[in-house]
Design a protein around this ligand. Structure first.
Ligand code: ZN
Ligand code: ZN
Length: 170
């Protein structure tokens, strides 16, 4: 069974009716977040569901693990995302604005997927002061300095230096 499908029969057409729902399970990400949110990891949704405006309003948080690569040194980084949401489920959902209310149930998976996707760090760092990789030799500068800065980056510059000295002071 889809772990994020929730029955809301007890809330339909009852203004003020509300219920808290906690669901968790793996999010099948259609590959969209497959690399960032591990497929086998639990995503947790904690939502207050209430009947509002001919629909179900879901307010709460989604919690998901994520992983990626440090944008400077490519080391694996990861953590936990805690994302707040407030979304409406309607019988006639509006594209990009609300989610479908199907009969007496709603599926929180697309909501959770969207929330997590929007909160994923685009360019994570392993540490704020990550030194990154040397662009010349590729060494991880967090583990120690290389000697690239002390030697000419490109032998052609050395040739230019020689030419300049041949021309003498101008
Ligand atoms: Zn790093
Ligand atoms: Zn280097």
């Amino acid at each position: 069974m889809a772990p994020f499908v929730v029955t809301v029969a007890d809330l339909l057409h009852r203004p003020g009716a509300h219920r808290r729902e906690q669901v968790s399970g793996p999010l099948d990400g259609r590959g969209v977040i497959g690399n960032s949110v591990p497929r086998d990891c639990e995503v947790m949704v904690d939502a207050l569901l209430e009947w509002v405006c001919d629909g179900i309003l879901a307010t709460g948080t989604a919690v998901a693990p994520w992983r990626g690569e440090c944008r400077r040194c490519l080391a694996p980084v990861g953590g936990e995302l805690v994302v707040e949401f407030r979304e409406l489920f309607e019988q006639s959902p509006r594209e990009g604005e609300s989610y479908p209310l199907r009969g007496d149930h709603i599926d929180l998976a697309p909501l959770a997927r969207e929330a997590v996707l929007c909160a994923l760090p685009l360019a994570p760092l392993c540490a704020d002061d990550c030194a990154g990789l040397c662009p010349t030799c590729g060494i991880d500068l967090n583990n120690g300095a290389c000697t690239c800065a002390d030697t000419p980056v490109d032998p052609r510059w050395a040739v230019l230096d020689l030419l300049r000295s041949d021309l003498g002071p101008s």
